[in-house]
Structures are given as structure tokens and as C-alpha cells.
Design a binder for this molecule. Sequence first.
Ligand code: ADP
Length: 203
Amino acid sequence: MGRRKPIIGLSGGIGSGKSSVAAVFAEMGALVISSDALNHDILRQHKVLEKLAAWWGADVVQPDGLPNRTRIAEIVFGNPEQKRRLESLTYPLIAAAREDMISRGNLDPAVTAIVIDSPLLFECNLDRQCDKTVFVEANEELRLERLRARRGWDAGELRRRESWQLPLSEKRARADYVILNEGPLERLRPQVAAILEQIAAGR
Ligand code: ADP
């Protein structure tokens, strides 16, 4: 039997650097479970794509058989009913994959902690599964600058997507720790190390 590992949940605005923080936790021996990555994989499953094509038309699947993510985002981010419909299909699959990873992480002696990187940590009540939660902080201007450079988003796109989420002030207030990510990436390592130390010391 493996010992139960501490589960740490990450929250923060889009582009705040949750994945970057998760990568630092991974460097320090944590197993990272990314909801975005699980969602990404699940959308490639044949049975999922078949269903989406039946709902929304063949153009949600590209000619190469991969999901047309831009088209899917267009459909769901403009229509709450279709968004719920997609979630009712994918969320149980994501939850099952997450549970499976947590069990494997608990059994793996090399894993020091389990990190859940989810844009909807509190909204989906995943925080209830966590021993501690961390809010990654970066101001809106910086987040927009990062998203503009890496994903070509504008302010409208960021606002539209974040409007589905809890206000950042609430996420921040509910977190046990805050990591500030407004400087260079090197500043993340000491902050992550300090949190792991505090968790290990039971604080
Ligand atoms: P999130 O997971 O919160 O949406 P990411 O970790 O994916 O955010 O970061 C968004 C983008 O900004 C990524 O391309 C990442 O490399 C970049 N980024 C994150 N933190 C920093 C930083 N401190 N300095 C420069 N770029 C950063």
C-alpha cells in the first residue's frame, strides 16, 4: 500500500502561470494532473468526437481526424447550453482519469506530492479533494500580454473566458497560499520550495 500523498490544488487567472508553477512542482518530485491536458486528451477520443459530430456537425472534426478545437470553442463559449452539454460528456471522463492518476501517484514511491492544475479548481469543488490550495497571482495586464504573445488572444477573449469562472478575488481569498508570478520565471522556484516545506511541516 502506498502512503497518501499531499494533494495541492492550483488556481489563478488564465495566463497567471498555473502551468508554469505546476512544472516547478514537477521538478521537485510532484505528480502534476492538469485538467486542461486531460480535457485535451479526452477530446481526441473517438467516441467523444463521434458524439460531438452528431451534435454539432462534421466540421468539429478535422480531415485528419483530430478535434477542431477552434470550432468547438466557438460553439461552447458563445452558448451556455452547448457548453453544459459538452461538460456533461467530458467532466465524468476527466474525473475518472484524475482519480486514476491520484491512485497511481499514491502508489509511486518517487512521487512526493500530487498537484491538481485546474482553471476550475473551486468551481468544480476539486479543492475539497486537496489538502492545500495555491493561488497564482499575476495582474491582468501581464496575463493579457502573455496570452497575446502565446495564443493570440485579445482582452475580449480573456474576459469572455474568465466570465465563466469565479472572480479572482474570491479564488485568492479561498487559497491557503499565494505565489506571485509577476517577475521572471526563476522567482517561482523558491516560492514553490517554501510551500512544499510548509506542507511537509504540517503548516
Ligand atoms: P496558466 O496555466 O495559468 O494559464 P501558463 O503557465 O500557461 O498560465 O502561462 C501562460 C503563458 O505565460 C505561458 O506561455 C508561459 O510560458 C508564460 N509565462 C508564465 N509565467 C511567466 C513569467 N513569469 N514570465 C514570462 N512568461 C511567463
